[in-house]
Design a protein around this ligand. Sequence first.
Ligand code: SF4
Length: 316
Amino acid sequence: MQEKFRIGISSCLLGHEVRWNAGHKLDKYLTHTLGQFVVYVAVCPEVEAGFGVPRESMRLVGDPDHPRLITFKSKTDHTDRMIAWAKKRVRELEKEDLCGFIFKSDSPSSGMVRVKVYNEKGMPHKVGIGIFARVFMEHFPLIPVEDDGRLNDPLIRENYMEQIFTMQRWREHLAVKRSMGNLVDFHTRNKLLILSHSPKHYRLMGKLVADGKKMPIKELYDQYQQILMEALKLKTTIKKHTNVTQHLMGYFKNQLTPDEKQELLEVFEQYRNELVPLLVPITLINHYVRKYDQHYLKQQTYLNPHPLELKLRTHV
Ligand code: SF4
């Protein structure tokens, strides 16, 4: 069992009764399933900024890029108070070493995308970002973020889990001495995972590491982290996975029997035609990795990017 790592989360998703009406928005996948592997750092901007429970509900009003946070009935403007609190809170969160943040969707404080912003005629447009979420994302541009609504999409969920588990491995890596050798080792283990998100970033990172000795180690690490997190934000596709699985098969070409090769090719084709989920070819490859004791592939995070208990890679 790997050590748990820290993820920030909007408190109401944990079942805390902190909403304006004293309700919550418990998300059982996050608490019961992902919760087995992470320690949550709960943040409720509206309660922590002192608005109490229950409280008057709020909404975003005005310029979508610089909206005001206004209470629904009394029209009190809480924007400055919320921004001042958020700036202080993100500085405190620096100490938490977060590998991700999961926001509550649609909230004027916590929503990270498509939050309703009301214009002067009182018409809502889903174009805003919650006040705290904006401050957080500006302060921590490399920390993977998602919201509970988007995480219901299997592909977005899978993508996000790969981001946070990779961030955790990267943090563990940073805890060891920074050196060319260690970076090459990290990159080698994550090569195929990166390739499954972006062949372009895969090439860029390969070049960065190959030329690594030409720059100071801090700059090299900073650039590597930036490109790594950029790459993992890009969604995987069937085409990209098919490319990686075929690449993987190359490592067995002298060991697989003709029957085994045929079986793998058939399973790849079934995956490509959306008849079976990704987990099927990956399970078969993992079987041959063990059978033929493939050292290079055994260390590839692509084959085991997150715990099986998360039930990912199972959608067609
Ligand atoms: S959405 Fe954000 S501000 Fe609203 S209750 Fe949840 S954590 Fe608190």
